[in-house]
Design a protein around this ligand. Structure first.
Ligand code: ZN
Length: 80
């Protein structure tokens, strides 16, 4: 897993977010922040988003099973 692969993965997450309309008004979600969390030993990328139109908040959760310890610190560096 290279930084390039990780960036590709993160980009695909943003594509999912961009393709998901707000459930309240149909507006676009904007990613506010993103964190990698370990749940039951599986890394998840938790992305907090807010609707650009009405401010409705939604949390996107992406399973990131490829993440290993060293990758995790790389991702944290990218996201910080
Ligand atoms: Zn909205």
């Amino acid at each position: 897993m290279t930084i390039r692969d990780i960036m590709k993965y993160i980009e695909s997450e943003y594509l999912v977010i961009n393709d998901t309309p707000c459930e309240i008004c149909g507006g676009e979600y904007l990613a506010e922040n993103s964190n990698v969390s370990i749940v039951d030993g599986i890394p998840y990328d938790i992305c907090n988003c807010v609707c650009s139109e009405c401010g409705h908040e939604k949390t996107f959760q992406f399973c990131a099973p490829f993440v290993e310890d060293e990758d995790l610190s790389k991702i944290k560096n990218i996201l910080n």
